[in-house]
Design a protein around this ligand. Structure first.
Ligand code: FAD
Length: 469
């Protein structure tokens, strides 16, 4: 009797629910990762490059423990059949289950295949502090708005860290699928290189420790200011599962009381909330959660979309943010809100275009949080910002990057400008442009839209949709 532990977005040994059960309940265990070239393999995507780098590092971490992570490459069906052929005694499969999106669909297909192969699946909730079915209203319906959801969420006891008894004796490390390993390596080398972000469980723990020690206590006041860089940067570790959400919660919860600690824990609740929204609105990648705004007449101007992507809109805070995304594969949360609002409201470009671009660029891409964040900004989500509350990019910039130093970090053309004049360079006189060494329209673009006019146009477009609905 052989059991298989199938890793997906839980690339860690510690505090891993399925792995704990796999070790406890089996005598012979194989560790597996499946790569489906039809689903992944977009070499231009930072998201994928970063994810596969994490897989590679995890494989090495396991090697140090005397364990082999078998990489199997191809369609799920062909891989399972291949595995059963190699290991006829394969009887059990252990996984941490997905509740929504691509992962849920894959698990449905896997369930059917496993049945045909006579393999028993053991699936566990592991990715969230509370799964989608755990937090409900008193009448057993799902919440539609975050605040009441959060009030219920915070009252509930949180799951404890899971102890995994890693037992080398139980591991079978046969030399399987050597060709598949080679294909995976080739794929990694084809990918764009993502070298500037730390990867792996050890790095994740270090990031958490350093955040708790240096930033947590001031998280509440500082988290909205991009230059301060006061957030945890745990998102890509959470997305790959290099660290468990229970470990993060437990460590943060043990810290001395502070507003920062409470606010940080609330952010973890947002993550659970968006998972729940995806479970209850499985079509949300394609359709607005709020049907009232299904008929917004998006202008979808390709040229404006490209200016946004390239960070050349003439709105310095938007441009700095989009360039941060391109450079790091990560963007500060306040800036995700500003750039998403700008794309959907100022440019009237469909939020799905922005969601897809973030999917490609973000190393922490998480479908539930990204779609949730985009629908929030576009006012089409369950808990979206009201459609008439539209971020003014210039006042956001004055408020959250007062001295303009974040802008200067990412938009070198504007470095010569006096700090307080940086938020709207189109207002500089010819003499000032000369003095600061930047000619607007030549060295840096004029604003591609007039915010006041576009605000009006956006409100009209949303109201038209409401009227049609
Ligand atoms: P911290 O402030 O340190 O937060 C800690 C953790 O809490 C994060 O790592 C994340 O897991 C969770 N979290 C924080 N804020 C949110 C939130 N608003 N929604 C859900 N979870 C949250 N987050 C992603 O993980 N992946 C995405 O693809 C993603 N896309 C987004 C798109 C838009 C348009 C917006 C507005 C937000 C998006 N977010 C996404 C949420 C948030 O911006 C990131 O989680 C955060 O910036 C990651 O940096 P951090 O780890 O330093 O955050």
């Amino acid at each position: 009797m052989v059991a298989v532990m199938w890793f997906r977005r839980d690339l860690r040994i510690e505090d891993n629910t399925a792995l704990k059960h796999a070790f406890e309940e089996s005598k012979n265990l194989i560790l597996l990762f499946h790569v489906n070239p039809e689903q992944f393999l977009n070499p231009a995507s930072k998201n994928e490059a970063a994810f596969f780098k994490s897989v590679e590092v995890f494989q090495k971490e396991l090697q140090k423990q005397g364990a082999t992570l078998q990489l199997v490459y191809g369609s799920l069906e062909s891989c399972f059949v291949k595995l059963k052929k190699e290991i006829p005694d394969w009887t059990d499969l252990y996984v941490n289950r997905d509740e929504q999106g691509y992962g849920l669909e894959r698990d449905r297909v896997a369930g059917k295949l496993l049945k045909e192969l006579g393999v028993k699946a053991h699936a566990y909730h592991d990715h969230y502090l509370h799964s989608a079915q755990e937090i409900k209203t008193n009448s057993q319906t799902h919440y539609k708005v975050f605040t009441p959801y959060y009030l219920k969420w915070i009252e509930r006891p949180k799951p404890s860290v899971v102890q995994v008894a890693f037992d080398r004796e139980k591991l079978m490390n046969p030399a399987l699928f050597l060709e598949d390993n080679k294909k995976f390596e080739d794929h990694l080398h084809k990918n764009i290189s993502i070298t500037n972000h730390p990867v792996g469980s050890a790095a994740a723990k270090q990031t958490l420790n350093s955040f708790i020690e240096n930033k947590l206590f001031k998280y509440e006041e500082a988290r909205d200011f991009p230059l301060e860089d006061a957030t945890s940067h745990l998102s890509h570790h959470i997305r790959t599962g290099e660290i468990s959400i229970r470990t993060i919660f437990e460590r943060v919860n043990q810290a001395p009381p502070s507003k920062g600690k409470d606010t940080f824990i609330k952010e973890l609740a947002w993550r659970d909330f968006y998972n729940m929204v995806y479970v209850t609105h499985p079509n949300q990648k394609k359709e607005p959660v709020n049907p009232t705004f299904r008929f917004v007449n998006w202008e979808n101007n390709e040229q404006a979309f490209n200016s946004w992507k390239e960070g050349k809109t003439g709105f310095p805070i938007v441009d700095a943010a989009m360039r941060q995304l391109k450079e790091l594969g990560w963007m500060h949360n306040r800036l995700r809100m500003i750039t998403a609002s700008f794309l959907t409201k100022d440019l009237l470009i469909d939020w799905r275009w922005g969601e897809r671009y973030f999917q490609e660029q973000l190393i922490d891409y998480d479908a539930a949080s990204n779609i949730g964040g985009w629908q929030w900004a576009a006012s089409t989500g369950t808990d979206g910002v009201p459609y008439f509350r539209i971020f003014n990019p210039t006042t956001q910039s004055e408020r959250f990057d007062k001295e303009g130093l974040f802008i200067k970090k990412y938009v070198p053309e504007l470095r010569g400008i006096e700090n307080k004049k940086i938020h709207d360079p189109s207002q500089l006189t010819a003499v000032e442009q000369d003095k600061f060494g930047v000619i607007i329209g030549k060295d840096y673009p004029k604003p591609i839209v007039d915010h006041k006019m576009r605000r009006k146009a956006a409100i009209e477009a949303y109201e038209e949709s409401k009227a049609i609905y």
